[in-house]
Ligand binder design. Sequence first.
Ligand code: HSE
Length: 428
Amino acid sequence: MNTPLRLGIAGLGTVGIGVVKIVQTHGEMLARRAGRAIEIVAVSASSRTKKRSADISAYAWEDDPVALGRRDDVDLVLELIGGENGTAKALAETAIANGKDVVTANKALLAHHGHALALAAEAQGRALRFEAAVAGGIPVIKALTEGLAGNRIERVMGVMNGTCNYILTRMEATGQGYNALFEECARLGFLEADPNLDVGGIDAGHKLSLLAAIAFGTQVKFSAVELQGITDISLDDIRLARDMGFSIKLLGVAQMTGRGLEQRMTPCLVPEAHPLGQLDGGTNMVVIEGDSVGQIVLRGAGAGEGPTASAVMGDVIDIARGFRLPTFGAPADTLIEAPAAVVSSAAPWYLRMVLLDKPGALAKIATALGDAGISIDRMRQYSHDGAHAPVLIVTHKAASDDIRHALDRFAATGVLVEEPVAMRIEEV
Ligand code: HSE
């Protein structure tokens, strides 16, 4: 019989306790699948005595999580603490330096330090795996590194923050504004300790940067992600976009172009008929396009005890089997430093504005678009009070720079009542 794989778990919050429960309830099944027993040896968390939904009394306790990385009786450290620096980073570094494998759910840590940690782990012949860090229970890291390894990846897209998707879809369903839904999320406990990680697009941006590194063989570079959150999305835009056949999503897009690596996590319009447009509530979706496979769509729970622990256990079982893939799918020392694309690829755009209702106002806007080299695909003027005219324009494909120029020209026309809204329409 093979020797057991001995786990040290740092962090007994939602994810950590989910892992404890899976190990406790499915021990025999896990051993059969892994070819060896998987045992929890030691744990660490902020409070030893806190009431928990799983019994941890059989495990050794460490007050200092980093000590798990030095224990001789631990083979694999699960870093389930969170945070991009501090204890989580110290634990991962210590565990790797002491020849242990590491599994983490920590997207912030990897988005900032993933390349250095992967180099360190691979130099030690150890695994650093992070399935749970991206899109919760969806096995998207495995899909990219294994199932789709024979493809040149063309584009990766995704809705990867359930809280934002919950807010946007509930705004539409209930007719409430952003602030009311934000408060609802706070009451329901959906928000990260720093809510800006969610609504500012940072959490989802971390995840996108990790997928981009795998998809394009590049060193993870979160600082190159163009980030915009959902705080300025209005009910008007959600309704008018729908009227034109689109849904607004906080959408991540990564693609390698002739101008460099494009990484965007911004509010975008997607066709309402596409699975992305249909995605409701706190669910996540990742869309991958490969040169051979075409487009595939993965959908599932992006957070929560069971789904996230499921993803952690997938990595644990791989390591128990002796399966140690490089962290980002190719050896870390072969990953390239991709230049960031300064200008994103051309796309149709949604433009909403309120104009003074006077002769020639619309003509000035059309002329400004023409002068910026942008062609109009569809246009609608909505009923109004006589003084102001709400206008919605969908353009043909245009470069983001040209859209910026057009917005500058709009401002100079003197017919705008308020700041116009411009959102990219992602062609899927
Ligand atoms: N706060 C995240 C979300 C889950 O709402 O999807 C953890 O990344």
